[in-house]
Ligand binder design. Structure first.
Ligand SMILES: C[S@@+](CC[C@H](N)C(=O)[O-])C[C@H]1O[C@@H](n2cnc3c(N)ncnc32)[C@H](O)[C@@H]1O
Length: 251
């Protein structure tokens, strides 16, 4: 078990989360959902990725969009972003430091993504600000952690639970979970309500299967679980799903 990385807390002790690595199934499956969505991708449209981290997701669809601005509250991952951009000759993506909760972006976008970010906001009702960043017929895609996945993937602020994966912690009633967890967590119902109350109409909601990237070694256990249990990227079984993936349009 790895422990929660102390460097991922800001000066107010607020947990920012760790961007997923480029070569993980977590990113690849998300990209497969996006790439299959011809309605979302368009070479004439401009996109913003809120909480882009290292840019792993936006770079994966950059060739399908006119341009993508990646914004993040800090520049912790900007160097990785710039290196990847240079090494792969990507010229339509840029990185800016921007806090979605406390700043207003000076223009609107046709498409918006924000993956595994909303659960880190001080107030998740600030997704309203994301809807305000979209043009009138704009479309957004989000993902947030699923409450019914068997691990709390952001860890808990409790001395005896220093790990970033705590089994069944997210299943606790919401007031207890919110008191101790490092980030929020969502049922499909709660996430739907949040978006609908804050300027979005849901077009699609899916459960993304846990990709089991956490099992680093390609051993018998990993081969078994990925072949028989966590085999496809989408599931109907909430206990097997790590994230809720949503496509929504501006209301
Ligand atoms: C768990 S990481 C996800 C990064 C990336 N979207 C991914 O899926 O790998 C959450 C990111 O959200 C950023 N973030 C948190 N609060 C933010 C805010 N108020 N405005 C912009 N970015 C924010 C964090 O700095 C961090 O890079």
């Amino acid at each position: 078990m790895t422990e929660v990385d102390k460097k991922l807390f800001d000066k107010n002790n607020h947990y920012m989360g760790r961007p997923a690595d480029f070569d993980t199934k977590f990113i690849q499956w998300r990209l497969e959902f996006l790439k299959a969505d011809k309605d979302f991708l368009d070479k004439n449209l401009e996109m913003i990725d809120i909480g882009c981290g290292n840019g792993a997701t936006m770079f994966g669809i950059a060739s399908e969009m006119k341009s993508i601005v990646g914004v993040d509250i800090n520049d912790d991952h900007q160097q990785v972003f710039e290196n990847y951009k240079k090494e792969n000759n990507i010229d339509n993506c840029s990185f800016e430091v921007f806090d979605i909760e406390n700043e207003t972006y000076p223009r609107k976008f046709d498409r918006l993504t924000s993956f595994e970010v909303i659960e880190h906001l001080e107030d998740d009702a600030n997704v309203k600000k994301m809807s305000e960043m979209l043009t009138d017929d704009g479309i957004a895609v989000f993902s947030v952690p699923n409450k019914w996945w068997i691990f709390e993937t952001h860890g808990a602020n409790l001395p005896l639970l220093p790990w970033n994966r705590v089994p069944f912690f997210s299943w606790l009633p919401r007031p207890i979970h919110e008191k101790y967890a490092n980030a929020g967590i969502y049922t499909q119902k709660r996430f739907r309500k949040l978006l609908e109350n804050n300027g979005f109409e849901i077009l699609e909601m899916r459960l993304m299967t846990a990709p089991m990237d956490v099992l680093k070694k390609d051993n018998g256990l990993k081969r078994f679980v990925t072949k028989y249990i966590f085999k496809s990227k989408e599931t109907n079984t909430p206990f097997l799903a790590v994230s809720i993936y949503v496509k929504a349009k501006k209301k």
